[in-house]
Design a protein around this ligand. Structure first.
Ligand code: NAP
Length: 243
């Protein structure tokens, strides 16, 4: 019912779109950010920042703030907060729904090697390769020990601890165009792209496919079972039905 309070667990473009869509439907939305980026893009409406203190802390917040529904719109690779969301909502006795952008699936020209995690991705890179790493600031560690490869890492914020001095670090925030992705792969003479299966825009994948460059694709972690919407509009419909 409009007016009810909905907690949107965010940190993604989808969560920002969802906060706007739920507010437009008349719900009282509070968006939650982990507080891990220094200049986050903020959703419209009320925002809280920082961890809850596990599932119990999230349940306490839900009860104290009169939250009627939890919408987990976190990144597909943010597995811990999704577990906490499901468990915290269960403890507090409110429903938990998930907004999840569909995973990428291989297209005819894609040359993917799918791996289970970042450590496996670091293991499959051939010695001497020039690697374009787009696994995020926190997804760099398994590659630091590979002193036999050349790394070009693209991150939104500078990684801590700093990467090895031999790495090229490009700080940039998406979206990127197909032309700029192609130009970067060519100018850096990239042999292989490493990425997590985040889903969403495919420019870097399309540029790699067009240039015949293989991709090491890290599969998504498992998330707990929940009703899943693929778009903000679908999620508003699920929220309407749940409240
Ligand atoms: P994570 O490993 O699943 O969660 C680690 C801890 O961070 C959680 O236990 C929770 O702390 C806190 N947390 C995470 N998301 C939160 C949120 N939206 N609001 C309040 N607390 C939150 O998460 P992560 O992979 O580090 O991602 C952190 C944030 O960045 C998420 O909001 C996610 O949507 C966003 N993000 C992640 C990625 C990625 O590749 N992982 C990419 C883009 C954006 P407590 O246990 O103390 O509550």
């Amino acid at each position: 019912m409009p007016g009810e309070r909905i907690l949107v667990l965010g940190g993604t473009a989808e969560a920002r779109a969802l906060a706007a869509a739920l507010a437009a439907r008349g719900f009282a939305v509070v968006s939650s950010l982990a507080g891990v980026t220094s200049r986050p893009l903020l959703p419209e409406g009320e925002v809280r920042t920082g961890g809850f203190g596990g599932a119990e802390g999230l349940a306490r917040y839900v009860r104290e703030e009169g939250v009627a529904l939890v919408c987990d719109a976190t990144h597909p690779f943010a597995a811990k907060i999704s577990r906490n969301a499901a468990e915290g909502a269960r403890l507090a006795g409110v429903p938990c729904l998930r907004l999840e952008r569909p995973a990428w699936t291989p297209q005819p020209d894609d040359q993917w090697t799918e791996v289970a995690d970042l450590a496996a991705a670091a293991d499959v890179i051939a010695p001497g390769a020039r690697v374009f790493l787009t696994t995020g600031r926190k997804g760099l560690d398994p590659f630091r020990a590979r002193r036999d490869i050349t790394v070009v890492a693209r991150v939104i914020e500078r990684p801590e601890p700093p990467p090895p001095p031999s790495w090229t670090v490009i700080a940039a925030r998406p979206p990127f165009t197909a032309e700029s992705e192609r130009a970067l792969l060519l100018s850096e003479r990239i042999d292989v792209v490493v990425t997590k299966n985040a889903g969403g825009r495919r420019e870097k994948l399309d540029a790699a496919a067009a240039l015949g460059i293989p991709v090491v694709m890290v599969r998504r972690p498992l998330k707990p079972p929940a009703p899943v919407a693929a778009s903000a509009e679908e999620m508003v419909a699920l929220a309407d039905a749940a409240l």
